[in-house]
Design a protein around this ligand. Structure first.
Ligand SMILES: Cc1cc2nc3c(=O)[nH]c(=O)nc-3n(C[C@H](O)[C@H](O)[C@H](O)COP(=O)(O)OP(=O)(O)OC[C@H]3O[C@@H](n4cnc5c(N)ncnc54)[C@H](O)[C@@H]3O)c2cc1C
Length: 179
């Protein structure tokens, strides 16, 4: 028997309810029967596990910002919107690289994969490396000054305008309506 292994990035697949009919069997294999010690090029010296500070994967609503957000200060607007909606702030790699926001919030191929109920993409162009981490969101709203940005093809709603103009209005109206 040749053991086979497959790995899937966390969050890529939808969590389905556990089927009660399934009765999986756990088989603890003695790996020394199949692989010799010299085959292991890597040895684990130590494990450092830190508590997760940001739970972006568990958020039902994500307000994500890209390079178009323009500054750390404008990211505070996204934080306010996320707070009103009881969501989390996410980001594109360009926003992380520009130092607007922490790396833990990066969504995409080299960040986390999310599938919230609502994803509000602010100033994000929609590069494939970004959309790979969010295109399974149930509803996508894009706010962008460019009506033809690639994200517009996958967004359910496109708001054409600047972050500075649109986001404060959204904060205002969501606040009014949630009272
Ligand atoms: C190997 C590899 C891995 C990568 N992994 C990731 C990843 O995990 N996640 C990721 O996100 N990217 C990743 N990238 C980078 C990716 O290719 C893009 O460069 C990045 O996603 C672009 O980020 P952005 O959309 O924020 O910026 P941009 O592409 O610069 O887009 C900015 C957008 O903001 C709009 N805009 C400008 N001003 C305003 C304003 N005032 N108001 C509203 N809109 C405005 C513009 O019209 C534009 O659409 C990766 C790239 C590589 C090569």
């Amino acid at each position: 028997m040749h053991p086979q292994m497959a790995t899937v990035r966390e969050g890529v697949m939808k969590l389905e309810p556990l089927s009660k009919k399934l009765k999986p069997e756990v088989v603890n294999l003695d790996i020394s029967k199949y692989v010799s010690k010299t085959d292991f090029a890597v040895s684990i010296i130590d494990r450092q596990i830190e508590a997760q500070k940001i739970n972006i994967k568990g958020a039902q609503i994500i307000v994500a910002g890209g390079y178009g957000v323009g500054s750390k200060k404008n990211f505070d607007l996204l934080k306010q919107l996320a707070d009103v909606l009881t969501g989390e702030v996410g980001a594109s790699r360009a926003a992380v690289d520009a130092g607007y926001v922490e790396h833990e919030r990066q969504i995409g191929q080299t960040g986390v994969t999310v599938r919230p109920k609502l994803y509000i993409a602010c100033g994000i162009s929609g590069a494939v490396q970004h959309t790979a981490g969010m295109d399974q969101s149930a509803q996508i709203i894009s706010i962008n000054t460019d009506a033809d940005a690639p994200i517009s093809k996958i967004a359910d709603y496109n708001i054409v305008g600047s972050i500075e103009e649109i986001v404060p209005k959204m904060i205002k109206y969501y606040r009014q309506n949630s009272k």
